[in-house]
Design a protein around this ligand. Sequence first.
Ligand code: UDP
Ligand code: MG
Length: 307
Amino acid sequence: MLLSVIIPMLNEEEICLKTLDRLETALAGVEHELLFVDDGSTDRTRELLLGAIPEGSANRVISFSRNFGHQAAFSAGLDQAKGDAVAIIDGDLQDPPELILDMLAKWREGWQVVYAQRRARAGEGLFKKLTAAGFYRSLRLFTSVDIPVDTGDFRLMDRCVVDALKALPERSRFLRGLVPWVGFKQTGILYDRAERTAGETKYPLKKMLKLAGDGIASFSSVPLHLSLWLGLAAAGVSGLLALWAVVSKFALGTAIPGWTSLLIAVVFLGGIQLITIGVVGEYVGRIYDEVKQRPLYILRGEDGKRS
Ligand code: UDP
Ligand code: MG
């Protein structure tokens, strides 16, 4: 039985060797391969890792040509993993590597996906905690897929789940939603998320918003309906305004000539435009992204076999 562990790394020179060490210690009794995905680091992460992995080791460094993002790093890892079970874990030791053993135990019991659910988050600010809690809950509200709350990417998957994920044709990869979507027997284990040991978060607000947007857009059409409802509401209000304009013209006689018809036309058309542009825009945006058929990531490809 071979276990693959995928570890995305973006500028983690302060932690990457510690992560390697701790994973090796934790997994000493299990046949494993560690796949470090260097997501376009501009520091020495890649060199340090390559230097620490001896020739002939099953461990590898997969390097991207630039920063393609956390989710793309998982895709690259999944594409290259050979294991019967594949775990993914953050590279900053916020997710305890030792938990992979508990996940393996569950996997041996027959579970095909074992995800780690955060009970507490140490060392993260109130803002991150609140936004994260809000995100996981609104995602559940918006989507029909059963996405577990407070669950990041830290999980272990059986080979059959990995193959199902790899077979999905879409570009937009929100793993936290896709894994529940593919089904199979899934279970969670609770853990306390540790503090980052060194370095700082590689998830600034902009990336967090993008991830949240991707998650909601690829698993829900509620925002699409929202624009429809907004448009309908605007059109409804325009109806009331029209009524008022007509009354003020004919019953009260207070309107400036020409104002009535102008107001009705402008407000009504504004409403209709909101509806149609909103709906079409959403569809076109999604279709455009998928149609481009760009690869999810590009490998640096200059280290030969060790990529
Ligand atoms: N990461 C990555 N590419 C990115 C952003 C992050 O590979 O564009 C990696 C990062 O090196 C870390 C993991 O993804 O190993 C989680 O990122 P981080 O700890 O910064 O996120 P947070 O825990 O703050 O949400
Ligand atoms: Mg982190």
